[in-house]
Design a protein around this ligand. Structure first.
Ligand code: NAD
Length: 353
């Protein structure tokens, strides 16, 4: 069943449509008059959904050009950004034209940034094709590319015209990438909504209906963004599991993917919340069982000293303090300002040591 979520932003309402079999061209035509469209995608996604999207846009009366770059985070850089901008300029695209981001978070972030700066800003539509892009990166208007010095170091806040999420695209996702996104989806349940957590608890990877799951995750993300569009407070809750998770990612030399590292990080923070008496005994064991149903890892071989070394250089650190996201209960998180020197002790509690 078709669902719609509205993300209320300082630039107006952004509609997020969640459905199966979305006709991209017909849908965009409801929001934008026929114009010149640049579809930006990566090679893997374009091979699967490029022709269909292009045909649909052309059938709706749009003139379409495409820019396709190699898949992967390595492409999320200034060179690719520059190539997209040069290509759009060479095609004489104007300020009233439109970019369409067809892909995962990498495509969404770079296309969003390109549209934020091309001719000082053109409209763009997000067409997310990974679970992570669907429930997280396509909503909220954060766009970026990486620098050699680090991830997402340049970017802009630029809200899309709309987001078109066709959950059928999840069928072609490799398992690892599908479950990575599910970790972020489960995170929303843990930090904001016990009912969503229960949905994961009562289902498994085969029975999960992605339309209601995505709808609820997007509602939560949209709500957090509405309260904190420019990332000064409430958005920090979205980092649940991310501080230890980021350390796991680095220690594994990125052999453990982001979403999987976040799952491990969430277990650490849940156990810490349980052992400090905030959530009932047994909550962590139950949470681990939930993660296992979605083929997510729940522990790593690193000790508290190793994890701490990396958390100390976490970019979220402010002076001697770092905000650790803890749980008041399942479905209710808060940020605990923690002295960096105390993290090693807290991780020892959170790890199964
Ligand atoms: N802007 C934000 O608020 C925000 C939030 C979270 C993450 N991010 C960013 O998102 C990026 C990660 O996004 P991601 O996990 O979607 O990675 P991704 O875009 O690299 O996609 C992962 C892989 O899946 C492939 N793929 C995508 N859709 C597919 C489909 N339907 N079928 C088959 N293969 C498909 C891609 O080609 C790619 O190889 C990071 O750069 C991260 O910084 C941004």
């Amino acid at each position: 069943m078709r669902e719609t979520v509205i993300s209320r932003t300082s630039k107006g309402d952004v509609e997020i449509i969640i459905d199966k079999g979305i006709d991209t061209g017909a849908e965009i035509l409801k929001k934008h008059k026929p114009c010149h469209v640049l579809i930006v995608s990566d090679d893997s996604v374009y091979a699967l959904y490029g022709d269909k999207t292009k045909t649909s846009l052309e059938a709706a009366g749009f003139m379409v050009d495409t820019f396709v770059f190699p898949h992967g985070e390595e492409s999320k850089n200034i060179d690719t950004l520059n190539s997209i901008l040069e290509y759009a300029a060479s095609k004489e695209m104007s300020r009233t034209d439109l970019f369409v981001a067809l892909g995962g978070g990498v495509v969404g972030d770079i296309t969003g940034f390109a549209s934020a700066v091309f001719l000082r800003g053109v409209d763009y539509v997000q067409v997310p094709t990974t679970v992570l892009a669907a429930v997280d990166s396509s909503v909220g208007g954060k766009t970026a590319v990486d620098l050699n010095a680090g991830k997402n170091l340049i970017g802009a806040f630029h809200q899309p015209l709309e987001v078109l999420l066709d959950v059928d695209v999840f069928d072609t996702l490799p398992d690892e990438i599908f479950t990575e996104g599910l970790a972020e989806a489960i995170k929303y349940g843990m930090i904001k909504d016990k009912k969503l957590y229960d949905l994961f608890k009562d289902n498994d990877i085969d029975s999960l209906d992605m339309i209601p799951v995505c709808k609820r995750c997007i509602e939560i993300k949209a709500d957090v963004v509405e309260k904190d569009e420019f990332d000064n407070g409430e958005r920090r809750l979205l980092n649940f599991g991310h501080t230890p998770g980021h350390a796991v990612e680095i220690l594994s030399k990125f052999g453990i993917s982001h979403g999987h590292a976040v799952a491990i990080g969430m277990v650490i923070m849940t156990r810490l919340s349980e052992r400090t008496g905030e959530i009932p005994q047994g909550s962590t064991d139950e949470f681990i069982e939930v993660l296992k149903k979605y083929n997510l890892p729940t522990e790593c071989g690193y000790n508290n000293k190793e994890l701490t070394a990396h958390s100390k250089v976490d970019k979220k650190r402010k002076g001697s303090k770092i905000g650790l996201v803890m749980l008041h209960s399942i479905g209710k998180a808060y940020v605990k300002e923690t002295n960096v020197d105390d993290i090693e002790r807290l991780y020892a509690i959170g790890l199964n040591m």
